[in-house]
Design a binder for this molecule. Structure first.
Ligand code: FES
Length: 105
């Protein structure tokens, strides 16, 4: 892990962006923005509140996510949970569900 490296994460709907440190999960980086309206869930890959779609075949890895929230098929199509999403390059993401609603407020 390279501590000094950070990746740029762009939110598709708004074209807002923020930096995510190497090894940090996207939800944590989003919360550090201090932006109002980021829903706080379990942060453990279980509640599904932070569901996002990674666009443009971005490079990333994911940690363990609940299969009740993200099926194998969802995962194969780039859907994942931001609290378990670790970027390995710049990413463009589309927030889904509650996260999307809150970000659009
Ligand atoms: S915050 Fe619960 S799954 Fe991400």
């Amino acid at each position: 892990m390279n501590e000094s490296r950070a990746y740029r994460i762009t939110i598709a709907d708004s074209d807002e962006d923020f930096l995510c440190k190497d090894g940090q999960n996207v939800l944590r980086a989003m919360e550090r923005l201090g932006r109002k309206g980021i829903p706080v869930g379990c942060r453990g890959g279980g509640c599904g509140i932070c569901r996002v779609q990674v666009l443009d075949n971005g490079r990333y890895r994911t940690l363990k996510m609940s299969r009740a929230q993200i099926s194998i098929q969802d995962e194969a199509s780039g859907m994942c949970l931001a609290c378990k999403l670790i970027p390995q390059g710049d990413l463009r993401i589309q927030p889904l569900g509650l996260l999307r609603k809150k970000l659009n407020n």
